[in-house]
Design a protein around this ligand. Sequence first.
Ligand SMILES: *Cc1c(COP(=O)(O)O)cnc(C)c1O
Length: 360
Amino acid sequence: MRVVNFSAGPAMLPTVVMERAQAEFCDYKGTGCGVMEHSHRGPLFDEILARAIGNVREILGVSDAYDVVFIQGGASMQFAMIPMNFMKPGGYAEFADTGTWSSKAMKEAKLFGEVKVIASSKEDKYKYIPAFDTWQPSTAEASYLHITSNNTIYGTQYRDFPTANSPMIADMSSDIMSRRFDMNKFAMVYAGAQKNLGPSGLALCIIRKDLIARTPANVPTMLRYETYTANNSLYNTPPTYGIYMLALVTDWIREIGGIDAIEKINDAKAAALYSAIDASEGYYNCPVRPDSRSRMNVVFRLPNEELEAKFVKEAKAAGMIGLKGHRSVGGIRASIYNAVPMEGVEKLVNFMNDFKKANG
Ligand SMILES: *Cc1c(COP(=O)(O)O)cnc(C)c1O
């Protein structure tokens, strides 16, 4: 029996996708072997790769001005690849510091140039996204501006995006394909796959073509974006099974109606959960400012840590896992990515109401 999995990542995948993968695990389309065992240079994998890319383009409305590539090493590898490729000689990059992942991206960028923080909510424990009119204006000389669209640990999310003067790059690891956004505002968008797209280890990178020429000559082959864009992600052996799973997940998004349909469901899920928190008269307390609340990672506290531990334990016994908050912040975190169904959220809401009655 499958549980409701509220883990932050690797996270729940749609059950129909898991079943489809299972059905073709040993024998993909009558070939007598599984996807994992097929050559990455054969027609079978060509079709899978083309389908994955085509789905990404369709779902996110990615124009021909961008390349869509898959790179190993997860989102964290991108923290280093971005400055390696795009930091201008002697240049600097601008960052909005909205949490742990932004900070990790800054740490890598500092190895290749200067980092200027133009917006930050660090002093307020990252409990909101700084209003755009408070940002120190982005300048045209910056190599790029980096933002984190959804802060997986702190449970904050951009409602919309600033208009930047320099190329804007977003880490969308924990909310990609959860809602509509205008790709044309961005020079690059990237995401580790394990939240909304598939298995861990794989990063989806969507890169505007004009940026590719910037890479300095001394960046090693496997760390150059051009290696991936010029070879359609097939310079070396790519993580074929991860790309296959991403193709299945994106097939599923298209089948249920695409980005607008998934956004509507996500909005309903988040509304149900935040309503339960707000209706609890402070028993459940969300530390995030209401205008910055994430629709993917819903964080909240109980009156004390003992009750939080009891909550996690009893939820698990009731078939709901992954609710413990990140070790750096504590509390409870319900990650309600695309694959978590509305029924799963309703089950959690009922559990929360019952738990409060029994322990209030
Ligand atoms: C999970 C996550 C990452 C790290 O992804 P890895 O694939 O483990 O490197 C980076 N940024 C954000 C916003 C995340 O949620």
